[in-house]
Design a protein around this ligand. Structure first.
Ligand code: 5CA
Length: 446
């Protein structure tokens, strides 16, 4: 993409309404525009990152054997009367009437609708296990929408629902989700710690929230610092192997890590003092096991091997897809702007032409752009007639992890400069070597 033809409305001034750094940088980098309290348009740069995050979520869900579908945003109220949640949900639910005076709502979550789909089509243990998920917009009329996409009213969520014949199988589905989430967040460059939490309006006995530590986080969390060292890495976990999946979950949930709702001071005090941490965190996901809460009230039953009819065992599992943009920026930025991890960056590299209009510099930039595209990478070429300082400031603000700087003086020696946004370290090399290095860097991130 050439910057002269792109739509990147960067702001010079700090927007007064933004209280935290991720909100400030998302507005300044031209990623989002507020349309109403907690409701945003996704401008091209923000939309690109959102799509990259969705892509990682899809890849990790399908790797775990979960099946994508798409449910609507609007739902009939009657479905929620069956589970009893229509009255329970309160003012967070946006209620609407259509022209026939039928009561509708903009879905804050989809337990009822997925249970309705299940009961219409499945009635035997032979069709289980089954996990269906979608990535769809949700609406919650939050009392205090704030911090940009972090606590929106309209927000994008991945929500998945497992259906299993018994409790043991459902717990395996819960564990499988936990492992797939650990992989998902690590690919985004995040450390998200599973913490024992409270189930709130979704209900159920077992639930973990995934928290990214950040001083601006809304949740107070208590943990053993050793938990922050755990990494899944490139382990190849067999998602069908119950013991193997459970072992990973045990590894990640044995050390003390809880949100304030489930915090237990006595257990916390048993941790060696130097490892006892109280901090703040951003909740980027939550998984729930709630058994037959929805299937029993809505008549979603299956015939077991023994021939008896039982309500299907269920859980639900959410990732805050749009919130993740804010969380990643909170975790990865400096005073010049965003620093995107390679896994989610909107463009793989920026190309800065120090002397637009210089024949050699223009040709070298166009050549680099073409070579990167040919290699399957997505560069952003700043071909505007601007000062070098302004071009660098834009690149630093929008946070592309790598920048290639091209100028007539370097080209005389046959070199360009490759700079890491994270370390600030620059290396001189030939344009071919810069392309080759970027190909290697992104090999693990496609
Ligand atoms: N049905 C379950 C799981 S699918 C559910 O709704 N879980 S949830 O309420 O925990 O939401 C899932 C994730 O969505 C949260 O972990 C959080 O990351 C994100 N989320 C929730 N509310 C908002 C909001 N107002 N703005 C942005 N993201 C949100």
């Amino acid at each position: 993409m050439r910057l002269s033809r792109y739509f990147l409305p960067v702001l010079k001034e700090n927007p007064a309404e933004a209280q935290i750094v991720s909100h400030r940088y998302m507005l300044r980098a031209g990623m989002i525009k507020q349309q109403a309290a907690g409701i945003y348009s996704w401008l091209p740069l923000g939309f690109k990152v959102l799509r990259r995050i969705e892509q990682i979520v899809h890849e990790e869900q399908t790797r775990a054997g979960h099946i994508p579908l798409l449910m609507p945003t609007l739902q009939p109220a009657d479905l929620w009367r069956e589970s009893g949640r229509y009255d329970d949900y309160g003012q967070e639910m946006l209620r609407i009437k259509d022209r026939q005076d039928r009561e509708m709502l903009y879905g804050p979550t989809n337990e009822e609708m997925i249970t309705d789909i299940f009961r219409a089509h499945v009635n035997s243990y032979k069709d289980l296990p089954l996990t269906l998920y979608h990535i769809q917009w949700k609406f919650r009329d939050e009392m205090r929408p704030r911090f940009g996409v972090m606590r929106g009213r309209e927000f994008l969520m991945k929500d998945g629902y497992n259906f299993d014949v018994d409790r043991e199988a459902a717990l395996h589905s819960y564990n499988r989700h936990m492992v797939s989430y650990l992989r998902t967040y690590e690919r985004m460059g995040l450390t998200a710690i599973p913490m024992r939490a409270d189930s709130g309006p979704i209900g159920g006995d077992d639930t973990h929230e995934f928290l990214v530590l950040a001083s601006t986080g809304e949740s107070e969390v208590f943990f053993d610092s050793a938990v922050t060292e755990l990494r899944l890495g490139n382990r190849d976990v067999d998602y069908d192997n119950r013991e193997a999946v459970a072992a990973v979950c045990k590894e990640f949930t044995t050390l003390y890590a809880r949100t304030d709702e489930t915090h237990d001071a006595a257990l916390f005090d048993a941790i060696p003092e130097e490892r006892r941490k109280v901090a703040r965190g951003i909740e980027v996901g939550q998984i729930f096991y709630f058994g037959t809460k929805y299937s029993a009230s809505m008549g979603a039953e299956v015939v077991t091997k023994e021939g008896t009819k039982v309500p299907v065992e269920m859980g639900s599992h959410g990732i805050g897809v749009s919130r993740l943009l804010g969380a990643i920026i909170e975790a990865s930025h400096d005073d010049k702007g965003i620093i995107w991890p390679e896994g989610v960056t909107p463009f793989h590299a920026g190309i800065v032409n120090l002397k637009q209009g210089d024949a050699a510099a223009d040709a070298a930039c166009a050549g680099l752009e073409a070579a990167l595209i040919k290699a399957g990478l997505d560069p952003l070429y700043d071909d505007r007639d601007e000062r070098a300082g302004a071009k660098f400031a834009t690149m630093d603000l929008i946070g592309l992890p790598w920048r290639i700087t091209v100028g007539p003086r370097g080209l005389e020696k046959g070199i360009v400069e490759l700079t890491s946004r994270r370390t600030g370290v620059s290396e001189e090399m030939t344009p071919e070597a810069a392309v080759a290095k970027l190909i290697t860097i992104y090999e693990g991130h496609k």
